[in-house]
Design a protein around this ligand. Sequence first.
Ligand code: PGA
Length: 254
Amino acid sequence: MRKPIIAGNWKMNLTISQGLAFVSSIKDGLNAIETLDRVIAPPFVALPALADLLRESQIELAAQNMHFAEKGALTGETAPGMLTGLCRYVILGHSERRGLFGETDQGVNRKLHAALTHDLIPIVCVGENLEQNEAGSTGTLISGQVRAALAGVSAADAHRVVVAYEPIWAIGTGRACDPDAAQHVIGAIIRGALRELFGDQPAEQVRIQYGGSVKADNITSFMRQPDIDGALIGGASLKTSWVELNQRAAEARV
Ligand code: PGA
């Protein structure tokens, strides 16, 4: 059985004190939802303060990015080893990183290997844009992104990776993917590619999230899909309804 995982990506929002105030207000409610893995991805600067605040809870933190190198002359970057003790997860290859900061499939793959080496759980994002979707290239594109991101990972390590399917046209637009269409991409295309890479059993263990305009109102319809193991959520992760969204996700899976 795959344990569902709901992750909130704050992106470049909330100062340290705003983040502390927000998490303090949702912490107990969120901590009580034990049938889910509950993850919060704040900006880097807030990780130490939030790690302290959440030390006694089961709520986990994620970084929104990292470099693959151990250290070096890389101004503005953060090494995997610098995240040790601060967070358990790291989001890799988010479409904003790929689209705005020039991240490539090869770079994402190097980061994924670095994350596994440092015992961080990568949440690796894949997704097509509207043009690719309308041209009918979603399958080829997503399967290519998954294969590139996971190249060189052993079947034994596959279960340590989380994949997030985030169609770019659905991110921040209020226009979520149809749940059946998301199930098709996640179940047939992504899990299909994982089966070819790792074999049936390891592929069944990989958790795959949907992301793109998920809110408390539509989370249930995604969680009811057999291959969708949770969600990666931007805007709605900054709202007070975050606990309710997590509760609905947990209830949809019972
Ligand atoms: P959204 O963002 O929930 O605001 O659409 C999703 C994401 O970028 O992960």
